[in-house]
Write a protein of this length. Structure first.
Length: 124
């Protein structure tokens, strides 16, 4: 399933029950409720990061398949000094692995995903 724009945003909200978590955070009153809601949100953020990492890996694998090269060919291309999409992807993956546990922390130099209630203006 390929979604983009508002449809992708709604899919993410539904998949991870973001509205439920948001509503719970809005209703907390006591410190105990804040801690409980915060713990729930922390777990939700971790799940979202894992899903984003998986999505990034799937996209990179798809790019490598489209170029007709796998990881072995990408490594060989790097050794020969040949710049290809798959070799660049593999290098970014290796760099990301050295930088931290989550690809979604900016290691792939991707535009950040921002989920808001506001819809972007057409053409933005």
């Amino acid at each position: 399933m390929r979604l983009s724009g508002p449809d992708a945003e709604q899919h993410i909200r539904d998949r991870f029950h973001l509205k439920t978590a948001e509503d719970r955070l809005k209703k907390v009153v006591t410190a105990v409720e804040v801690v409980a809601a915060g713990t729930e949100v922390s777990k939700l953020v971790a799940l979202c990061r894992q899903a984003l990492d998986q999505f990034a890996l799937e996209q990179l694998e798809e790019m490598m398949e489209l170029t007709g090269k796998g990881a072995t060919a990408a490594s060989a291309a790097v050794g020969k000094g040949v710049a290809s999409v798959s070799s660049v992807c593999m290098e970014k993956l290796n760099r990301a692995a050295r930088q931290g546990p989550y690809l979604s922390q900016g290691a792939l130099e991707a535009r950040p995903i921002v989920i808001t209630d506001e819809r972007p203006a057409p053409g933005a």
